[in-house]
Design a protein around this ligand. Structure first.
Ligand code: NAD
Ligand code: ZN
Ligand code: ZN
Length: 344
């Protein structure tokens, strides 16, 4: 089968032909119907050798959807031919966090050597992939896999962050979205669907700001040192009740710090290495800072249900497996609008 693999530290991903994998006991093989490209893949491929802890070669892709193609011994709960999406943040399934469906916060995954597909395990950017447990599949039903696949991360991650900020996102509140890319353009739609907040989107790219307006941002502005003042003006000096930073570099966490209201919640979602000093006289009274990671299994089901109502929709650009390396180049260059999705 064909697969898109990261093979050499610092090199570009390659399209290769490898053996079709066989499911072991308890495992499921999917024929992949769609796989999304995330900026975190770029992060992984930019890690220096001493910080890269994953196998090589590694098939990329942690947003996956497929059709159940083969069952390992003892698997029940899905049938051959079922259309499913992959819940990516694999955990142990047994600890307290996993018992609540929050496998994204499993405390034992690392020690047990359990990794998400495409982020340690072999990923979704291939014709077939292996799922470690039926628990990590969510039925897609009538959802189109190409439309739905990015909901597993670009939808789920902002959803998880927004849910944790609902207490401050009352009608009349203001939410700021920094970075209107794959995650950000879904964050804007989710804020529209779930809250009565006024949404301000910031980006460095005009086309992304146009997309932000199209998908529901009330105000857009260039991301830069003037952005906090723009936000303060729109909020009569108060600042925004919630800031979702989908970039997370030093410059954007500084915008978040200067834009947050008293008692507000900052979510640093982007993994750009920005550090925000939280403490008195750094952030306003009552403000909090979170670093959310992905989302829970039940939240993924909720995101799919929201998509079924038509209130959220991923803006997709489609690529073939052969075009995946080019799609990664475009993701790096910042010229993908919404999400790049590979259809094998
Ligand atoms: P993306 O490339 O699709 O989007 C990034 C957007 O940020 C682009 O629109 C780009 O123009 C914009 N941008 C770049 N610099 C900016 C700046 N200084 N100010 C404002 N906007 C700026 O990326 P993505 O796939 O949406 O991922 C976003 C970030 O979230 C990445 O850092 C990724 O690794 C991270 N991520 C985190 C989690 C998590 O669980 N915490 C999950 C998925 C992705
Ligand atoms: Zn991701
Ligand atoms: Zn666990």
């Amino acid at each position: 089968m064909r697969a898109v693999q990261y093979r050499v530290i610092g090199a570009h991903p390659e399209v290769v032909t490898i053996d079709k994998p066989e499911p072991g006991p308890g495992q499921i093989r999917l024929r992949v119907t769609a796989a999304g490209l995330c900026h975190s893949d770029e992060f992984v491929m930019n890690l220096p050798a001493e910080r890269y802890n994953f196998p090589l070669p590694m098939t990329l892709g942690h947003e996956g959807a497929g059709v159940v193609d083969a069952l390992g011994a003892g698997v029940s709960g899905v049938e051959l031919g079922d259309s499913v999406a992959v819940y990516g943040p694999w955990g142990c399934g047994l600890c307290h966090a996993c018992a609540q469906g929050k496998e994204n916060y499993c405390n034992r995954a690392a020690e047990l050597g359990i990794h998400p597909p495409g982020l340690g395990a072999q990923g979704a950017l291939a014709e077939y992939m292996i799922i470690d447990d039926v628990r990590h599949l969510v039925p897609l039903g009538d959802l189109d896999p190409v439309d739905a696949v990015a909901l597993t991360d670009a939808g789920l991650t902002p959803y998880h962050a927004i849910k944790a900020a609902m207490s401050v996102l009352t009608p009349g509140s203001t939410a700021v979205v920094i970075g209107a890319g794959g995650l950000g353009h879904m964050g804007i739609q989710l804020l529209r669907a779930l809250t009565g907040a006024t949404i301000i989107a910031l980006d460095i790219d005009k086309d992304k700001l146009r997309l932000a307006t199209e998908v529901g941002a009330h105000h857009v502005a260039p991301s830069g040192p003037d952005a906090p003042q723009f936000i303060r003006q729109l909020t009569h000096g108060d600042g925004a009740e919630a800031v979702f930073d989908f970039v997370g570099i030093p410059a954007t966490v500084e915008i978040a710090r200067q834009s947050i209201a008293r008692d507000g919640i900052i979510h640093i979602v982007g993994i750009g290495g920005g550090i925000l000093p939280a403490g008195f006289f750094s952030i306003p009274y009552g403000a909090s800072v979170r670093t959310p990671y992905w989302g829970s299994r039940s939240e993924l089901m909720e995101v799919f249900d929201l998509a079924r109502t038509g209130k959220i929709k991923v803006h997709n650009e489609r690529f073939t497996i052969e075009q995946a390396p080019e799609a990664y180049e475009r993701l790096k260059a910042g010229t993908i609008l919404g999400r790049a999705v590979v259809v094998p």
